[in-house]
Design a protein around this ligand. Structure first.
Ligand SMILES: [Fe+2]
Length: 263
């Protein structure tokens, strides 16, 4: 392999653990993203916050009720996705890591997702799953970006490649298990991914992952968005309707528009 030493380091880590956690590549882009959120929250709640951003975000469950949570979340998601530069700023936060792990001709999901996890709330849980089980391409990675420090059950968990391989081989025997039973069987082998604000997580969505009830005292705010190599195989999520090329290179453009001279 002709990868540089630092590229090899990241590649090995991703392959062995199924993820990497790194400081964001562009702190200004991250600060800009969080500012957009504060503005959208103030709009949604009709208030002007005098709290520090992390205090407002971590304690949002004191201002929004559980029944109102989904409508609130959808309002914020619509908000971020209607901001012109949002996805390009999101990309900047992870760009060099994506270029190392995935490549430099990338397709990005058209919409950035948001998860808001109140303490003790069991209404927005993600049972154990791999995205590939429901038709995602194994060539996709997820860029997971928190707006607050995520630790303990406020974070997400991932089953590392080795136990995930064992689970795959025994999958037939486990058919018919509920996802809770499945979780209980892998609980002692999952890794809880501590990711602070200022860091970004990139993980392999083909590995089982999910979350549990957030038993911490603070609300989790995290975004996620899929990336893949433009020319790698697609699953159910297609280019155009779900993904869009964001960094096509000149030779690829030339190749795609090339036609042999006609006789
Ligand atoms: Fe997932």
């Amino acid at each position: 392999m002709f990868l540089t030493e630092s590229e090899q380091q990241i590649s090995t880590e991703y392959q062995q653990q199924g993820y990497i956690i790194r400081p964001v590549a562009d702190t200004q882009a991250l600060a800009w993203i969080r500012e957009q959120f504060i503005g959208l929250i103030e709009d949604a709640l009709g208030l002007v916050s005098h709290d520090e951003p992390d205090v407002l975000l971590n304690n949002i469950h004191e201002r929004v009720s559980v029944p109102d949570l989904n409508a609130f979340r959808l309002k914020i998601i619509r908000g971020i996705n209607s901001i012109e530069n949002f996805r390009s700023m999101y990309f900047r936060v992870a760009r060099p890591y994506l270029e190392t792990i995935v490549g430099n001709e990338l397709a990005m999901q058209l919409r950035v997702n948001l998860s808001i996890q109140f303490p003790g709330d069991d209404s927005s849980l993600l049972p154990v799953h791999a995205d590939t089980w429901s038709g995602d391409s194994p060539f996709e990675v997820v860029v997971w970006l928190p707006l607050v420090d995520c630790y303990g059950t406020k974070a997400m968990y991932l089953l590392p490649p080795e136990p995930a391989g064992e689970l795959n081989r025994e999958f037939g025997e486990r058919a018919g298990r509920s996802s809770e039973e499945l979780y209980q069987e892998i609980a002692h082998r999952v890794e809880w991914l501590k990711v602070n604000y200022g860091e970004v997580l990139i993980f392999n969505q083909g590995l089982p992952h999910g979350n549990r009830v957030n038993e911490e005292a603070e609300t989790r705010w995290s975004m996620n968005c899929r990336f893949k190599g433009v020319f790698t195989p697609y699953g159910d999520k297609k280019i155009g309707e779900f993904f869009e090329p964001i960094t096509l290179r000149a030779a690829s453009r030339a190749g795609m528009s090339y036609s042999l001279p006609s006789l």
